[in-house]
Design a protein around this ligand. Structure first.
Ligand SMILES: Cc1cc2nc3c(=O)[nH]c(=O)nc-3n(C[C@H](O)[C@H](O)[C@H](O)COP(=O)(O)OP(=O)(O)OC[C@H]3O[C@@H](n4cnc5c(N)ncnc54)[C@H](O)[C@@H]3O)c2cc1C
Length: 485
C-alpha cells in the first residue's frame, strides 16, 4: 500500500500569530505533518509589528512582559540580555532596569523559536511559501484549496487565517480629495514610508495612537526639523509606564467576582484607582490580564457601549509606550516641534506646493476652525479591522461563499471559543480557524502579548488533538481512497 502522505496545515499570514501557531503545532504534533506558512514578507514571525527595520521602533512594554511561555515568563528578556542585546542596543536599557528592545529583536527571537522547533521535531516540516493568498475554496470533503498571487495553488487539510492587521483606512475627506496625492503617506508601516519626508517638511499626522508615536520617533531619529501636528478627535496620546516600581502586582480579579455590567465595572475600576495606593497602571494591568473573562461576562449591548464610549480611553491607557518614545514625545511637545490637538478634519486639499488642512478643535464653534499648511500628511488611524473581510482577498473569497463573516462588532471575523470560523449559516468549521487579533470579538483582549501568544497556542493544541487522534478525514487520505477505489 502506498504510504499516506502527512496532512498539511496551511497558515495564511506569517506574522507573529501565524508563526507562533506553527511553532506550537509542531511541538504538539505526534505524527509527521507539513505546516505551510503563506506570507509575502521575506521572513515569517515579524508581521506588521516586528518586521520593522527602523531602530526607533521599540516594543511598547518591558521585554520581561513579552511572555510567550507562561512557564518561563521572562524568556525574551533573558534571551535579549544573554545574547548581547544590550551591547548592540544600550539605549534599550531604561533607568529602572527594564529593557525595551527594538521591535526587530523580537522578530529574531521568534525566528530562533521556529528554528528550535524544526530541530526538536524533524517529522514536522515548517515551510514558508513567500506569496500572498488570493482566494480560498473548499476542496474534497473537508479540505481547502488556496490560490496564490504568483500563480498556482496548494491544498491543505486545515487552513488557519492569521492575516490580522490591514493598513489604516483613509478618512473620507482624504480619500475624496487627496487619495493619489504624493504628499499623503497612506501606509506608515511600509519600511520606506518616511523616505520621502524632507528634514524641513511640515508634517500632519492623522491619529494620535501608537503608530503616531512610531512616526514621530522615526522622524526624530532621521533628524527631522519641521513642525509636526498630530490630531485625533480627543487628542489622547498613549500613556507611559509607571514611573515608580510597583512592589507587588495588584491582583483583585484573581480572588473576586467582578460586578455585573459595564457601568458597575467602570465604577469599580475608578474607585480602585482612587483608593489603592498604587499607580493607575497596576489596576489597568489587572483588568487587562483578566480582560478575556471580563469580556465574556459583558452582554452584546455592553460590548457595543464599551466600543462606542470607552474604547478610546481604554486604548490610550492600555497601549503604553516605551519610556524612550515617551521622552521623545514629551521633549518635542516641550520645544513645540510637536503639537497634539483634539480636533476633527473639516477639509483637505492640495494648495500648490502644500496641502491645506482645516481642522475644528473639539468643542470649539465651527468659526474657530484652524487652517494648517503642510508638506506631508501621514495616516496613523490604526488598522482598518472593520473592513478587513472586504479588503483581504483570501477572507473575501471565503465570505463570498458564505464560509466566513465579519463579526458584528467590526473587530474582525466571527469565530467560536476554539477559534473555528463561524460560517454565515452559523456552523463552526473544524478545519478553518483564526489565530491572532482578527478573533477579538470572541476573546475581547487579544492584541498584545501574552494574550496574542496564548490564543495561537490554544488553537495549535486544539488542531493537534484533531490530527493526533485522526478524528477527521484527511484530504490526502480521501484523495488516495478515490484514486485506489
Ligand atoms: C505597529 C504595531 C506595533 C506593535 N507593538 C507591540 C508590542 O510592542 N508589544 C505587543 O505585545 N504587541 C504589539 N503589537 C500588537 C500586535 O498586534 C501583536 O503583538 C502581533 O504582532 C500580531 O501579529 P499577527 O501575526 O497576528 O498580525 P500581523 O503582524 O498583522 O501579521 C499578519 C501577516 O499576514 C500577512 N498577510 C495578510 N494578508 C495575507 C494574504 N492574503 N496572504 C498571505 N499573507 C497575508 C501580512 O503580510 C502579515 O505579515 C503591535 C502591533 C502593531 C500593529
Amino acid at each position: 500500500m502506498k504510504p499516506i502522505p502527512p496532512p498539511r496545515v496551511a497558515v495564511i499570514g506569517g506574522g507573529f500569530s501565524g508563526a507562533f501557531f506553527a511553532a506550537q503545532l509542531a511541538k504538539y504534533s505526534q505524527h509527521p505533518l507539513i505546516i505551510t506558512v503563506i506570507e509575502p514578507r521575506a521572513a515569517i514571525g515579524g508581521g506588521v509589528a516586528y518586521s520593522t527595520p527602523d531602530p526607533a521602533h521599540r516594543i511598547n512594554v518591558p521585554a520581561s512582559r513579552m511572555t510567550l511561555f507562561p512557564e518561563t515568563p521572562t524568556d525574551f528578556d533573558d534571551w535579549f540580555r544573554r545574547g548581547g542585546g544590550l551591547e548592540t542596543d544600550p539605549e534599550a536599557l531604561w533607568t529602572d532596569g527594564a529593557v525595551y528592545p527594538r521591535r526587530a529583536a523580537f522578530a529574531r527571537y521568534v525566528k530562533q523559536i521556529l528554528e528550535r522547533r524544526r530541530h526538536e521535531h524533524p517529522d514536522v516540516t515548517i515551510e514558508h511559501v513567500r506569496d500572498a493568498a488570493t482566494a480560498v475554496e473548499p476542496a474534497g470533503a473537508t479540505g481547502w484549496r488556496i490560490y496564490l498571487a504568483q500563480g498556482g495553488h496548494l491544498e491543505a487539510d486545515i487552513t488557519v487565517l492569521a492575516t490580522s492587521h490591514p493598513p489604516p483606512g483613509m478618512p473620507a475627506l482624504i480619500a475624496r480629495n487627496l487619495a493619489d496625492d504624493p504628499g499623503v503617506i497612506a501606509n506608515p508601516w511600509r519600511p520606506d514610508a518616511l523616505d520621502q519626508v524632507a528634514p524641513d517638511d511640515d508634517v500632519l499626522i492623522i491619529g494620535t495612537g501608537l503608530t503616531m508615536a512610531d512616526v514621530v520617533a522615526s522622524l526624530t531619529h532621521r533628524g527631522h526639523r519641521g513642525a509636526i501636528t498630530a490630531f485625533s478627535r480627543r487628542g489622547l496620546l498613549p500613556r507611559g509606564h509607571a514611573k515608580t516600581p510597583v512592589p507587588a502586582p495588584f491582583a483583585w480579579y484573581a480572588s473576586h467576582q467582578p460586578p455585573p455590567g459595564l457601568l458597575a465595572l467602570l465604577r469599580q475600576v475608578r474607585r480602585q484607582i482612587a483608593e489603592t495606593n498604587l499607580p493607575w497602571q497596576s489596576v489597568f494591568d489587572d483588568v487587562r490580564a483578566n480582560g478575556q473573562a471580563l469580556w465574556r461576562q459583558l452582554g452584546p449591548a455592553d460590548r457595543r457601549r464599551f466600543l462606542r464610549h470607552l474604547r478610546v480611553y481604554w486604548d490610550s491607557h492600555r497601549y503604553r509606550i516605551a519610556p524612550q518614545i515617551e521622552k521623545i514625545l514629551a521633549d518635542k511637545q516641550h520645544d513645540q516641534s510637536l503639537r497634539v490637538l483634539a480636533a476633527s478634519l473639516v477639509s483637505a486639499r492640495r494648495e500648490g506646493e502644500k496641502i491645506g488642512i482645516v481642522v475644528k478643535p473639539r468643542r470649539a464653534p465651527s468659526d474657530q476652525s484652524k487652517s494648517i499648511l503642510v508638506d506631508r500628511v501621514v495616516l496613523t488611524t490604526g488598522p482598518a479591522h472593520g473592513t478587513v473581510v472586504n479588503q483581504n482577498p483570501a477572507l473575501h473569497s471565503l465570505a463570498a461563499r458564505g464560509l466566513l463573516q465579519a463579526d458584528a462588532l467590526g473587530l474582525g471575523v466571527s469565530v467560536d471559543a476554539q477559534g473555528q470560523v463561524i460560517a454565515q449559516d452559523g456552523a463552526s468549521q473544524k478545519t478553518l480557524l483564526v489565530v491572532g487579533p482578527l478573533a477579538r470579538e470572541q476573546y475581547g483582549e487579544l492584541m498584545g502579548l501574552p494574550q496574542v501568544a496564548a490564543q495561537p497556542n490554544a488553537v495549535a493544541a486544539h488542531v493537534a488533538s484533531f490530527l493526533n487522534n485522526r478524528r477527521f478525514p484527511v484530504l490526502k487520505e480521501l484523495a488516495i481512497v478515490t484514486t485506489e477505489s
